[in-house]
Design a binder for this molecule. Structure first.
Ligand code: AMP
Length: 502
């Protein structure tokens, strides 16, 4: 079979960008995948979701800027295979003459690309194609093109933590391969939590019996052990095994053959107490993991078992490494635990349904986070140029909540509060990379950046399209670990009304 022309991918990418209809997007990508050779399916899948199969290949901003001056070819020469092989060569370059070799290899590629192909490749190399919002559409397109049920493909993608690998299995292995589920050593998309408005709300929805965990503010980790091999992944499924030797040692010492543990790693004080986030800024740190879930133990997948069964497995294998957790049968007890956790300087609590399954890659309502201030992860839609002391900086940001129906984010407010000079400088250099257009006052952005804001509540609004506006929003931090599909929804915000009584 001949390799798929690059031009076909570029054309599909343009078709997808030009339509708002999810069905048309899915159809266009499915048609493309159907034309691809099975070896090329993972590559195309990866590109269209905005990533390179090779990961980072070291072509930086400066070289990309230079490449924008490269004259395009008037004819289309390149195939998917040509481009992918070139990326593989680039990724493998090392040694003294790397910069020069990389430069000439990339220029060679761009010389043979048409103008539209150059734009696409530049986007791919800079990570700015970031059609991240498209991952869901690409997943469905894999299902359509391979003739597999959408739910099966979605689930496999979450459990394998890789859409390209899922696509490969769908095309070469069929349903049987997709049904195999978790593989120890391959990270699973972590389950996420929904914000609850109050203890009472979480209790009403999840009671009369819930698991209440402390919510520590560290970094999410997923630890896989198979025999003596231990591997550790972040929330975004990046491997960090080498960076956390203490986690590796503790999990290697557990009495089991194979296990997958989900938890948080955080700094501890000299006497071994978990250190609240505010105290972690300075000094030498030791850290340790606190686990709150167990997805696999000794050959048995637990992902479809109720939480209490997973916690029993966790207790049996890693009781000393658990996050403080209890099964609770009254709202007052939930409240007490919440207050204790906050008083100790932690973020709050997680309230979990005792019979909830592990919703890999999704924000399940069976996990609800309760924090003393309401914080929401919203999408940045635009930014206005500052005035006065902030002249020259992109300052006031427009915030959008996710549309649960999959449409564009819905604007719910603006804020310039809580921004340090450092953050303003960062916004001013970062936002233009996500720009779609601008006018005299405002730079409009693709909905790609997620920011965590604290608010006092929400109010009814006739000005904003969702009918709600944020009250006293202030920026806490950007969330590079979250994608726009993981942002909070308009429904999460409207649930805050009427203002909290808790
Ligand atoms: P957030 O990042 O605010 O959406 O809150 C969810 C995150 O809290 C998870 O991704 C974990 O990193 C962290 N976390 C801390 N403690 C727990 C816990 N007991 N259960 C689940 N997640 C927890």
């Amino acid at each position: 079979m001949t390799s798929l022309p690059l031009a076909a991918v570029v054309e599909t990418s343009a078709t997808v960008a030009a339509t708002r209809s999810r069905t048309e997007k899915t159809q266009a990508i499915a048609e493309l995948l159907a034309k691809a050779d099975p070896d090329e399916v993972p590559i195309v899948t990866s590109w269209l979701s905005g990533a390179l199969p090779q990961g980072r290949i070291g072509v930086g901003w400066a070289s990309l800027r230079k490449l924008s001056q490269q004259r395009p070819s008037s004819r289309s020469w390149l195939s998917v295979d040509d481009v992918d092989s070139t990326f593989t060569v680039l990724a493998a370059l090392s040694g003294p003459n790397t910069t020069r070799a990389r430069g000439s290899t990339v220029i060679g590629l761009f010389e043979r690309s048409t103008e539209a192909e150059q734009v696409f490749l530049r986007g791919l190399l800079s990570g700015e194609v970031r059609q991240g919002a498209l991952a869901g559409v690409v997943t469905d397109a894999v299902a359509v093109a391979s003739g597999m049920p959408k739910e099966l493909v979605r689930r496999a993608a979450m459990l394998l933590g890789s859409l390209p690998e899922t696509a490969r299995l769908a095309f070469v292995g069929g349903a049987e391969a997709l049904e195999r589920g978790i593989v120890v050593g391959r990270p699973v998309e972590p389950m996420l939590a929904t914000p609850a408005a109050s203890v009472d709300e979480a209790w009403t929805e999840l009671g009369p019996q819930v698991v209440v965990d402390a919510k520590y503010d560290g970094a999410r980790i997923q630890v896989h052990r198979s025999g003596s091999e231990v591997r550790v992944f972040t929330r975004s499924l990046r491997e960090i095994t080498g960076a956390v030797p203490e986690v590796v040692r503790l999990v290697a010492d557990l009495e089991c053959e194979s296990v997958i543990l989900d938890g948080e790693t955080l700094a501890v004080t000299e006497d071994g107490r978990p250190r609240p986030f505010q105290e972690t800024m300075s000094g030498m740190q030791t850290s340790r993991p606190y686990f709150f879930d167990c997805l696999h133990l000794d050959g048995v997948d637990l992902i479809d078992e109720p939480l209490v069964a997973r916690l029993a497995a966790l207790e049996s294998v890693a009781s000393s490494l658990r996050i403080p957790s209890a099964v609770v049968t009254g709202a007052d007890e939930v409240r007490n635990r919440f207050e204790e956790s906050v008083a100790a300087g932690h973020e709050g609590v997680m309230v979990k349904s005792t019979d909830g399954l592990y919703a890999a890659g999704r924000r399940g309502r069976t996990w609800q986070k309760i924090k003393p201030v309401h914080t929401f992860d919203l999408v940045v839609l635009a930014a206005e140029w500052g005035s006065g002391r902030r002249r020259g900086w992109l300052s006031n940001i427009h915030l959008g909540a996710r549309d649960p129906a999959g449409g564009s984010p819905i604007m719910v407010g603006k804020t310039f509060k809580g921004m340090t000079d450092e953050l303003l400088t960062w916004q001013t250099s970062e936002f233009p990379k996500h720009e779609t257009s601008r006018d005299a006052h405002t730079v409009y952005l693709r909905p790609e950046l997620v920011v965590e804001v604290a608010i006092d509540g929400v109010q009814r609004s006739s000005r904003y399209p969702g009918g709600v506006a944020l009250r006293f929003a202030r920026v806490i931090r950007y969330r590079p670990d979250k994608t726009p599909e993981q942002a909070d929804t308009i429904a999460d915000l409207t649930r805050l009304r009427p203002p909290l009584v808790d």
